[in-house]
Design a protein around this ligand. Structure first.
Ligand SMILES: [Zn+2]
Length: 470
């Protein structure tokens, strides 16, 4: 066990907290142009902290929007190289009057640090900086090569991130990416996220008569676009099994292993608490044969996000509307592809179009699902680092949403990611009273400090072995 690192972290934790507090005072709200100068000042502050931690190269990297910070500590080209991603911008703070203490005046209460950005993601970026510092001060070097990329636009959808990654190209080359911008399953259930779902979408427009018609004069003889659309949409899913009926929809789906399913079953999932979080719904639904967690993590979905058509004003208007439309999105799992799924859904809608109306479908830009195999050496390394600090092996899980940088690293750089975050479900990210438990901040630093030793041990020999699939 790395006693030297732990001892250094323990001795310096009060300062680690004080330094994070200084960063949290900067209102780096990327969504509001009024704070653009603060986001820039914040990038400068992160760059200074990276320099202080011992990174040898530190730069502010301009984008067409808010700047990012890049830093590197290359120990030896023969060692494995890790790309660490985080973001330095934060969400807006309204409703301001619901904050117990002002969002940019960090306050510690009951062992928790309250401030906007405390855990998402300034606190978790700082865990990385302090873990590097621990190595530099105790041993003078890292056991791996590290590249750090801290983006300034994550909270506005990473709008220039792909461009940034393409521009930086080779400078971001690495054997694996580590991202600390997520949480664990529950306070006493550490977890490691290795998969995220992708996204595909279409917009459909059904057109009938060239104008709204009188339902008395024409009703009964003319196809109604709203009625036609409703039936077309209903045809996309089997009401009994919950399965999507689009031909070919499941063809590329890779099913989770029995070990994965067993791991999910071991999680303390509270259905009634979930229903409460889900807006107080009375029952969960979904694909037959799969649990609620599996439906959200490892199974693809088809959702209608919006629907319109016909008269919606006060009173009645007896018409056959001229057109109707809907927006549909699918969450994808490996190895589904957004362009393929978009095309299949479009074909299914066209095939289901009844006579008397026409259907136009536009396939929208999507994103690939990503998965890092549970037996990837970096997953094993992270699992050990996390397990040794939490005193309990993390459960390997997936998440239902998407994290664009993870998909970009995979698609543009061919790098797989491991999500090593230590946030908690009740951290109130994006909401008033965001907080970071101080013990999790300290544990996170120790986990990441150990992680570099574990990565060096796991990936030290095998990385330069040429592989046929590169
Ligand atoms: Zn975040």
């Amino acid at each position: 066990m790395p006693l030297d690192l732990d001892a250094y972290c323990a001795a310096n934790q009060p300062r680690f907290l004080a330094e994070l507090v200084e960063l949290l005072r900067i209102p780096s709200i990327s969504a509001d142009p009024a704070y653009a100068a603060d986001v820039r000042r914040n990038a400068g502050h992160v760059a200074g902290a990276a320099r202080a931690a011992g990174f040898s190269v530190v730069e502010i990297v301009e984008t067409e929007g808010h700047p990012a910070v890049y830093a590197e500590a290359i120990t030896d080209p023969a060692l494995p190289t890790v790309l660490v991603y985080g973001h330095h911008d934060v969400q807006p703070v309204d409703p301001l009057d619901e904050w117990v203490s002002p969002p940019f005046e960090p306050q510690v209460r009951d062992g928790r640090l309250y401030a906007r950005g405390a855990v998402d993601d300034k606190g978790q970026v700082f865990m990385h900086l302090k873990a590097v510092e621990a190595h530099m001060r105790t041993r003078g070097r890292l056991p791996v090569n590290l590249r750090l990329l801290v983006e300034g636009e994550e909270e506005i959808g990473s709008v220039h991130f792909e461009q940034l990654v393409e521009t930086m190209g080779e400078r971001l080359s690495a054997d694996v990416a580590v991202i600390s911008d997520t949480g664990i399953f529950a306070r006493d259930v550490p977890s490691l996220t290795v998969g995220l779902r992708g996204l595909a979408g279409v917009e459909v427009e059904v057109r009938g008569p060239s104008l709204d018609l009188h339902s008395g004069v024409f009703g009964g003889a003319v196809q109604n676009p709203v009625d036609a659309l409703a039936r077309m949409l209903a045809s996309l899913r089997d009401p009994v099994t919950g399965r999507v009926t689009v031909a070919g929809f499941y063809d590329d789906v890779v099913e989770p292993t029995e070990a994965e399913r067993a791991a999910y079953r071991s999680l303390p999932f509270d259905e009634s608490a979930f229903r409460k979080v889900a807006g107080g719904i009375g029952a969960t639904v979904g694909e037959e044969g799969w649990s609620v967690l599996e439906r959200r993590w490892v199974r693809p979905t088809l959702e209608i996000n919006g629907i319109w058509g016909g008269y919606q004003g006060p009173g009645a208007k007896t018409i056959i509307p001229a057109h109707a439309g809907a927006k549909i999105s699918c969450r994808l799992v490996p190895n589904q592809r957004p362009d393929v799924i978009g095309r299949l859904v479009a074909e299914a809608l066209r095939a289901a179009t009844p006579p008397g109306v026409t259907c136009e479908v536009e396939v929208r830009h999507g994103g690939n699902p990503v998965i890092t195999p549970a037996d990837h050496p970096a997953v094993r390394a992270a699992s050990r680092a996390m397990g040794s600090v939490f005193g309990r092996e993390p459960v390997i899980i997936r998440e239902g949403g998407s994290i664009p940088p993870v998909e970009v690293f995979q698609r543009v750089l061919g790098i797989q990611s491991v999500l090593v975050g230590v946030g908690l479900p009740d951290d109130c990210i994006h909401a008033p009273n965001e907080k970071f438990d101080l013990d999790h901040y300290a544990m996170g630093i120790r986990i990441l400090a150990r992680l570099w030793d574990e990565v060096a041990a796991e990936m030290g020999d095998q990385r330069r072995v040429p592989s046929a699939d590169k």
